[in-house]
Write a protein that binds this ligand. Structure first.
Ligand code: FAD
Length: 618
């Protein structure tokens, strides 16, 4: 063993958690080494070529507000942008972009290469240097030792990773990459509770063999929503996706071969992600459906590979060929890489501190998929938090906290720590009780100042943020000064009861649905406002009036948490409860509202529903 160098922080793994962790710790001023098996795979998307979505898009905006990498990388690589839930309110809308895999990787690698205080080391970490209570560094497979005051482990799906295709299995961290077995074994010494999870990916298709001409086309939004607060429009050429569907014949093929699927043939012990079910899962669980949608997503502008979103599988390759060719438009499609499932180790995140530090070994932090989450965004958000905290620990600074009331990052960390996971955890807007205030559009207003005070935000972002904030505050101030009587409003065409009180311009914007023309007539201050500032003011005003109600509901749930739930309480009749929560509640039968609140996936809305019905039945 020979010693190479000392750093404040070592980050193990160059996936989505590791890259954000390394960047955040280095931006915070720590000297950092990112050690990963292959430098060329830094920033690689293991599964779908897309970033964002419902709940996940919020996380990306928050990462961006703190000057992390993911939002800017997704903007640079985005080849189709869509705002999901467009017809619903902004609080639950989710920006999503399909990304060119190569452009994404290139952006992340360039960011890290340019980052001060950060060294990139290619190698496999096989051992940890630690005494009984503190971490001291890592040992690489070639015998080098690297010392550090803090180590962030972000090994993703690689710890004892096992790839399954039908009854074939091979060790691997993902297709084409070796697993991390020696480190996986070494972690046994830490006396941490660990479990096994699984996930799957669809076959990749050769786009040149798809009959696009007969398929429906899905275009991106006419006005793309960018992830980064610094960006206005996409840089890469924009493309459409194809849309097709499975059919009865596809389902017959799958049903006839279920026993050959790794998932259903009893070869996999791990628990899979409920929200990204395999096609076998869908055919069995939703047996009443005779068809499922499949989105054909190009993986890049100069790449013929197509990702058929919706048909992940662990069936043998010949069955994959048969079911793929049964789908309209894919009759002659060639499979470039088979679908597969992967099983891997994760650690119970209840053994972590609020900053993702392992409680019984000071200086060791865990982030990403190894904490039982699934998804690039969840991994990146944890990486940011763990990297910052590791950097602060190494530099003898205070821990950095994220609260559930202030960010989805806070919701994620708190859920993991307090509830643990029984299945791969993914973010949803319903997990956030403060979701009306935790919107994707105001992530910068919520977090960028914290980032500035931590010293992790670039000068360019700082000045653009303060410029925006000044414009917002200036316009808000002017709108607040202008006041209206009910008569003024009636004359302006706004229907309002004539005995109402005097209102400020900001209140008027929040309280009444008005056309843009009406707004301009009543509030000429809006006429010359920057369109983005105007949109933001309208959203802040609209949500302002709901926030008191949101707080009242949260306070009420806190006050009532000791309310007993009768043992024979019937959950079946509660409309608005998801099937998932219904089955958990029926199985676990929590004795009180406080116990119900601890159930994984429980939402404030569901608790309020239970409370109202417990009261009614009392
Ligand atoms: P990863 O992106 O896996 O990165 C881990 C990194 O650690 C890699 O760079 C690896 O080389 C490095 N590493 C590991 N061990 C060592 C070591 N000992 N020394 C040095 N470097 C090491 N997510 C979804 O949301 N939906 C899905 O449907 C989905 N399906 C998936 C299917 C498959 C087959 C796979 C593999 C992943 C899937 N994912 C899915 C998960 C998604 O890829 C992860 O959530 C995300 O990549 C996790 O990021 P991470 O940073 O935690 O780990």
């Amino acid at each position: 063993m020979f010693h190479v160098k000392h750093f404040d922080v070592i980050v193990i793994g160059g996936g989505h958690a590791g890259t954000e962790a390394a960047s955040a710790a280095a931006r915070a001023g720590a000297s950092v080494a990112l050690v990963t098996q292959k430098l060329a795979t830094i920033g690689m998307m293991s599964c779908n070529p897309a970033i964002g979505g419902l709940g996940k898009g919020h996380l990306v905006r928050e990462i961006d507000a703190l000057d992390g990498i993911m939002g800017r990388a997704a903007d640079a690589a985005g080849i189709q942008f869509r705002l999901l839930n467009l017809r619903k309110g902004p609080a639950v809308q989710g920006p999503r972009a399909q990304a060119d895999r190569a452009l994404y990787r290139t952006f992340v690698q360039a960011e890290l290469s340019a980052q001060q205080n950060l060294s990139l080391i290619e190698g496999e970490v096989v051992d940890l240097i630690a005494d009984d209570s503190r971490i001291g560094g890592v040992i690489l497979a070639d015998g080098q030792s690297v010392s550090a005051r803090a180590v962030v482990l972000t090994a993703g799906t690689f710890l004892n990773g096992l790839i399954h295709i039908g009854d074939q299995r091979q060790a691997g961290g993902r297709m084409g990459d070796a697993p991390s077995t020696r480190l996986g074994d070494r972690l046994n010494d830490l006396d941490l509770k660990r479990g096994r999870l699984k996930t799957g990916t669809p076959p990749r298709l050769d786009g040149r063999t798809i009959n696009w001409s007969i398929l429906d086309e899905q275009k991106g939004d006419d006005e793309p929503s960018m992830f980064s607060f610094l960006n206005r429009k996409p840089v890469a050429r924009q493309v459409s996706c194809g849309v097709t569907r499975t059919n009865e014949r596809t389902h017959d093929i799958i049903r006839a071969n279920l026993s050959r699927s790794a998932m259903y043939g009893g070869h996999i012990d791990g628990v899979g992600p409920r929200y990204c079910p395999s096609i076998e899962d869908k055919v069995v669980r939703f047996s009443d459906k005779d068809s499922h949608q499949v989105f054909l997503e190009p993986e890049g502008l100069t790449d013929h590979t197509v990702y058929p979103n919706g048909i992940s599988s662990s069936l043998p390759i010949e069955v994959q060929n048969a079911y793929v060719s049964s789908i309209v438009g894919l009759e002659n499609a060639t499979i470039l890489q088979p679908a597969y499932a992967i099983e891997y180790d994760f650690f119970d995140p209840r053994a972590l501190s609020a900053g993702l530090g392992v409680l019984n070994l000071e200086g060791l932090f865990f982030a990403g998929q190894i904490n039982g989450t699934t998804g690039y965004e969840e991994a990146a958000a944890q990486g940011l938090a763990a990297g910052l905290n590791a950097g602060h620990l190494a530099m003898d600074k205070e821990p950095v906290q994220f609260h559930r009331s202030g960010s989805y990052i806070g919701v994620l960390l708190d859920d993991l720590r307090s509830r643990g996971v029984t299945e791969p955890y993914r973010m949803f807007t319903s997990r956030a009780e403060y979701r009306l205030s935790l919107r994707a559009d105001n992530a910068d207003q919520r977090l960028t100042e914290q980032g500035i005070s931590l010293g992790i935000v670039s000068e360019a972002r700082k000045s653009s943020f303060y410029k925006k904030l000044n414009n917002l505050n200036d316009l808000k101030g002017r709108l607040e000064k202008r006041t209206f009587t009910p008569r003024d409003l009636l004359e302006g065409g706004v229907h309002v009861s004539s005995d109402g009180s005097r209102r400020s311009g900001l209140d008027v914007l929040g309280a009444f649905a008005m056309t843009s023309d009406q707004q301009d007539r009543l509030l000429p201050e809006l006429l010359n406002a920057d369109p983005d500032i105007r949109t933001q003011i309208l959203r802040d005003a609209m949500y302002g009036r709901y926030l008191d109600r949101q707080q009242a509901q949260i306070d009420q749930l806190k006050r009532e948490e000791l309310t007993a739930i009768p043992a024979d309480f019937s959950y079946a009749g509660l409309s608005g409860l998801s099937g998932e929560l219904l089955s958990k509640l029926q199985r676990q039968r929590p004795a009180s509202l406080a116990v119900a609140a601890q159930i994984e996936g429980m939402t404030p809305a569901a608790l309020a529903l239970i409370l109202a019905n417990v009261r009614r039945s009392a």
